[in-house]
Design a protein around this ligand. Structure first.
Ligand SMILES: O[C@H]1[C@H](O)[C@@H](O)[C@H](O)[C@@H](O)[C@H]1O
Ligand SMILES: [Fe+2]
Ligand SMILES: [Fe+2]
Length: 298
């Protein structure tokens, strides 16, 4: 299958050229809302300690067996029923502890990324909706969904059952993970085979895999690229650092093109700019109606 990714529409109304390094069509800002580079996990900032503590715990407890169990449990989609928009509203209360670039409630991030990608790809309505819903899996933090701790909901994800790549943020904390000393799991391929396809890989458990299961289980009409984006958007070791490419198959390589487009809007749209929820709501409700059933099983 060959995927043709359309070029973004260029508009002159982005911020000034000095403030941006042009990257594709998207104006990538030089710094985040705190005036630092994006995804700098070492820099001494107000968020650094929280984020590092998050990854310390995350890296200790995310094991192959744990992730498989969670997938099995949540894959049943027996936690409740609600519409996509109801879920968007639930995310109003959560701030993501793993994120060095944002301390706003998650609903802001959903709207910012969706509106940014909508501006550059006006004809790809599926991408607008994908951005709006990509982090909805963070609803696992909500008490009605079991109130899961942050370490098994947010943050970058990584494959389990094979070696932890050095490019994973705060890699050193894996030393305390029981899988770290497992003689099979610590090899390059571990339980996998060369080019087996990402669908076969057990990723660390979190909002990506959960939302993918919700989309699939509720028979979304969104295209396969949307499911791939949601499922692997936190897999920075792959899409940012180029690790684990030997687990990908031909289909994954095609889908990755869309994930790379999406990632710019996910990461660089994070800012203090508020979007008027009531103004954009009718547009997104119409997309939800087009691609999802009224109520979904979660
Ligand atoms: O801290 C962030 C956040 O949790 C995002 O939702 C996730 O997709 C990123 O991978 C992670 O770096
Ligand atoms: Fe995310
Ligand atoms: Fe996101």
């Amino acid at each position: 299958m060959t995927v043709i990714v359309p070029e973004p529409v260029h508009e002159e109304n982005h911020s000034s050229v000095e403030e941006q390094q042009k990257d594709g069509g998207f104006g990538v800002p030089g710094s985040n809302a705190f005036g630092h580079s994006f995804r700098d996990y070492e820099k001494e900032t107000a968020r650094r300690a929280t984020v590092e503590e998050f990854y310390r715990v995350n890296h200790i407890y995310q094991t192959y067996d744990f992730a498989k169990r969670k997938k099995e449990e949540y894959g049943k989609l027996q936690k409740g029923e609600m519409s996509i928009w109801e879920c968007v509203e639930l995310l109003n209360e959560f701030v993501d502890e793993s994120d060095p670039d944002l301390d706003e409630p998650q609903i802001e991030h959903l709207l910012q990324s969706a509106e940014a990608i909508r501006r550059d790809y006006p004809d790809q309505d599926w991408l607008h909706l994908t951005a709006l819903i990509h982090d909805l899996g963070k609803v696992l933090l909500h008490p009605t969904f079991g109130g899961e701790p942050q370490w098994c909901v947010v943050g970058d994800t990584f494959p389990l059952g094979c070696a932890f790549d050095e490019s994973i943020v705060h890699h050193r904390y894996f030393k305390e993970n029981p899988d770290y000393n497992n003689s099979l799991f610590r090899t390059r391929l571990g339980v996998y085979t060369e080019n087996c396809g990402l669908d076969k890989v057990t990723m660390s458990w979190g909002h990506d895999e959960y939302m993918y299961l919700v989309m699939k289980g509720n028979e979304t009409k969104l295209p396969p690229a949307a499911l791939f984006i949601v499922r692997f958007h936190s897999f920075y070791a792959l899409h940012h650092s180029g690790a684990y490419t030997y687990l990908m198959n031909e289909d994954d390589r095609e889908m990755l093109k869309w994930l790379l487009v999406f990632n710019k809007y996910d990461l660089y749209s994070k800012s203090k700019v508020k979007i008027d929820l009531e103004e954009v709501k009718p547009y997104y409700l119409s997309l939800i109606g087009k691609y999802f059933p009224e109520k979904l099983r979660w």
